[in-house]
Design a protein around this ligand. Structure first.
Ligand code: FAD
Ligand code: GLY
Length: 374
């Protein structure tokens, strides 16, 4: 007889796997269904920055959520190492947001004051101080905002470690299996159809990244989400040339283990095409070499692209479907799904447990939920 699951999760990226992990820790019997392989798509493409202070706007309701998620990483890294034997390569050596004009410098100084008032560490570095910290930076850099607590991980390893840890706690995974239909009875979810198979569950969570909208279209809502392609490449300098991740208005450079550097990323909206184009690489390379001239001698490794799930108001959709009981949505993490994975997993587990309090990411928020014709 077919198993009846407590929860089926559609999508085996970092978000689906994190939800599976936090639910499995609470003894929920979970099935993750992934149409390709686990830990691919946007979650494999990501640079892995934990840019809570770097990426999230000062007035965004996402900021406290992102700070909480960032703080979860040290304990999570140990837990994942223990359960999956995977080191997610958590590096806590900060991000420097560099200025290339007096205007940018003034803006970054204002952000530093705001973040200090919030009680977060944020230090304005003069041109000389920034060069002392990162000697390979060129003269185009006119100071920078040092965010020591914004770290980084390996995004592919985090996604894999979450999935393998969930499996170690009892979760089941089905790869290369597409969810084609959500099954409901009397406005309550009862499972999913994959080809000719039916999988039954009390709850279903849609964590399909940029593809979530398509899965939900036939349930009577049309989420305001759209895809944003990001292109990246990596090189190797063999010896470490920077310590912190360097973030500028034209891109970022993230130092990984073994002298590897990830350089990203473009933003190309409204496409699901995952190919890499020369225009994107050219502008990233020009900017990177401008900021760190030594990169000219770096050895080429590879280039790739991923599709970020963005929403109309820039906030993720995390919540229960307004018309279908037991159907939940967790998508729209845009540029910060790696950073937000732990807190998203925890919040979705609390929601399914019926323990989540108020939060600003409900899928009912107006005007972004549109009723679709069924
Ligand atoms: P995905 O990883 O895309 O996973 C969704 C999964 O759902 C896919 O595997 C897909 O195959 C599956 N799926 C879809 N439809 C179905 C279906 N019908 N049936 C079964 N499975 C289905 N974030 C950070 O925090 N820090 C960074 O430094 C960072 N850098 C980035 C750099 C780039 C170039 C890009 C593209 C993104 C970056 N991000 C970063 C953002 C981050 O990668 C995403 O927010 C995050 O990966 C989204 O995770 P997800 O699980 O929602 O989506
Ligand atoms: N957070 C980096 C990116 O999405 O490119």
């Amino acid at each position: 007889m077919k198993k009846h699951y407590d929860v089926i999760i559609v999508g085996g990226g970092v978000i689906g796997s994190s939800i599976a992990f936090y639910l499995s820790k609470r003894n929920y019997h979970v099935l993750v269904v992934e149409k390709e392989a686990l830990a691919q798509k946007a979650s494999r493409a990501a640079a892995g920055m934990l840019g809570a202070q770097n990426e999230i706007g000062e007035n965004s309701p996402l900021l406290p959520f992102a700070l909480k998620s960032r703080a979860m990483f040290p304990a999570l890294a140990e837990e994942l190492q223990f359960l999956s034997n995977i080191n997610i390569e958590l590096i806590q050596s900060g991000i420097i947001k560099v200025a290339q004009s007096e205007e940018e410098a003034a803006h970054l100084r204002a952000i530093a004051s705001f973040q200090e008032r919030l009680g977060e560490k944020a230090e304005w570095l003069t041109t000389m101080q920034v060069k002392e910290r990162e000697p390979e930076l060129s003269e185009v850099v006119q100071g920078g905002l040092y965010l020591p607590n914004d770290g980084q991980v390996s995004a592919p390893l985090l996604s894999k470690a979450l999935a393998q840890s969930a499996a170690a706690l009892g979760a089941d995974f089905l790869e290369y299996t597409e969810v084609q239909e959500l099954i409901q009875e009397n406005n309550r979810i009862s499972g999913v159809r994959t080809g000719t198979d039916i999988h039954l569950a009390d709850h279903v969570v849609i964590a399909g990244g940029a593809w979530s909208k398509q899965i939900l279209e036939r349930t009577g809502i049309s989420l305001e989400t759209y895809p944003v392609k990001g292109e990246c490449f990596s090189v190797n300098t063999h010896k470490r040339i920077i310590t912190s991740s360097i973030f500028s208005s034209g891109g970022y450079i993230v130092p990984k283990s073994g002298g590897r550097l990830i350089i990203g990323a473009t933003e190309k909206p409204d496409t699901f095409d995952e190919s890499v184009q020369l225009d994107g690489l050219y502008s990233l390379m020009t900017q990177a070499v401008n900021i760190i001239p030594a990169l000219k001698n770096a050895k080429w490794e590879k280039a790739w692209a991923g599709i970020r799930p963005q929403t109309g108001d820039g906030l993720p959709y995390l919540g229960e479907h307004p018309h279908v009981a037991g159907l939940f949505v967790a998508t729209g993490h845009y540029r910060n799904g790696i950073l937000l994975a732990p807190v998203t997993g925890l919040l979705m587990a609390d929601m399914i447990d019926g323990k989540a309090g108020d939060h600003p990411f409900s899928i009912n928020r107006i005007p972004y939920m549109k009723e679709a014709n069924i």
